[in-house]
Design a binder for this molecule. Structure first.
Ligand SMILES: Nc1ncnc2c1ncn2[C@@H]1O[C@H](COP(=O)(O)OP(=O)(O)O)[C@@H](O)[C@H]1O
Ligand SMILES: [Mg+2]
Length: 312
């Protein structure tokens, strides 16, 4: 799948005639390519356009311009069709699993819903598949008649994952899937996601505001700021050789629990801040916008003016 120059702009209306006064450039020229079986991290602070990117890809948000090519076909205007292969093969899970489940439905019906939408199964086959799905996320059949509110956050997120994998998707867009969970439960859910990926050869677009969370999940990472990518690369490129100041800021913001390194980390954050103050023009143009991406290696791209001079 390829995302080409994706733009999602929201009009801001106001005034007596409720006319368009300005626009929010929520997603502002994003290009991305997914390889089978890989995990792509999409990381940036709140409001940078991550969720809008995910929703635009899956068809929950209107695209202002750009193209989505899936298996050789332009599906930009076909994403919203419920019957298409695209809407079966691309699934999304959300931070708040609870609000994406109907509180009046039992687990059995929540898991049956995608099966009924996309697959023609007999009652018996459906029952079998639902049991398989529970097994995949490590839950027993006793939960079949329970309601969403009877589960903990981590269990609900597992049910969300079971529902997303019900019809054998190829790509799952996971929007902050563990951000609402306790640290210990986060690790469990991430491990499940990895296991499922190995079993089914799935790709993930893993959205997070925290570079710490995606570190062990992602093969490739895109750092997003104000609707644009500031840096993209392999996990090694981003964690071991970060170039953009915004990437460095996110790295220095990863929470740590060891008190011994607190002072060193504080110093590192101050250095990042100083470098930013001195070199602002190299990171953002005169309108405060991110520069176009330039390649600095086969896998690593950075949005900076004059990256050549730094001898990279
Ligand atoms: N329906 C909308 N109308 C206007 N602005 C919106 C709408 N949805 C999101 N935005 C704005 O678009 C930007 C990106 O939002 P979002 O994609 O939710 O960011 P993130 O997921 O990275 O926190 C934000 O500035 C947000 O306020
Ligand atoms: Mg979001």
């Amino acid at each position: 799948m390829q995302i080409k120059d994706l733009n999602v702009h929201y009009p801001l209306r106001g005034g007596f005639f409720n006319t368009i006064q300005d626009k929010v450039y929520a997603v502002d020229g994003v290009t991305l390519e997914f390889e089978k079986g890989k995990t792509y991290g999409l990381v940036g602070e709140s409001g940078s356009g991550k969720s809008t990117t995910g929703k635009a890809i899956i068809g929950l948000e209107k695209i202002t311009s750009g193209h989505i090519i899936y298996e050789g076909q332009d599906v930009t205007n076909r994403r919203r069709k419920r019957s298409s292969a695209y809407s079966r093969e691309i699934q999304m899970i959300f931070q708040d699993a609870h609000s994406s489940m109907n509180p009046r439905k039992r687990v059995i019906d929540i898991l049956a819903e995608p099966l009924r939408n996309f697959m023609k199964l007999s009652d018996q086959e459906e029952r079998k598949r639902i049991k398989e799905l529970l097994a995949i996320v490590g839950m027993s059949e006793d939960v079949l008649l329970k309601y969403p509110h009877e589960f903990s956050g981590g269990q609900k997120q597992r049910l969300g994952i079971a529902r997303a994998v019900a019809c054998n998707p190829k790509l799952i867009i996971a929007d902050e899937p563990v951000s609402a969970l306790d640290l210990s439960v986060q690790a469990q859910v991430l491990n499940f996601m990895k296991d499922i990926q190995r079993q089914y050869g799935l790709s993930y677009l893993f959205i997070s505001h925290d570079l710490g969370v995606v570190k062990h999940m992602c093969d490739y990472i895109a750092i997003m700021y104000k609707g644009r990518f500031v840096e993209t690369g392999t996990r090694q490129d981003i964690y071991l050789n970060p170039q953009h100041i915004y990437t460095n800021r996110l790295l220095s913001a990863i929470p740590h629990i060891e008190p011994e390194t607190r002072l060193a980390r504080k110093k590192a954050r101050q250095q990042v801040e100083e470098k930013y103050q001195q070199n602002h023009h190299r990171y953002y143009d005169e309108h405060g916008k991110v520069y176009p991406l330039k390649s600095i290696s086969e896998t690593h791209k950075v949005a900076m003016s004059g990256i050549e001079q730094e001898g990279v």
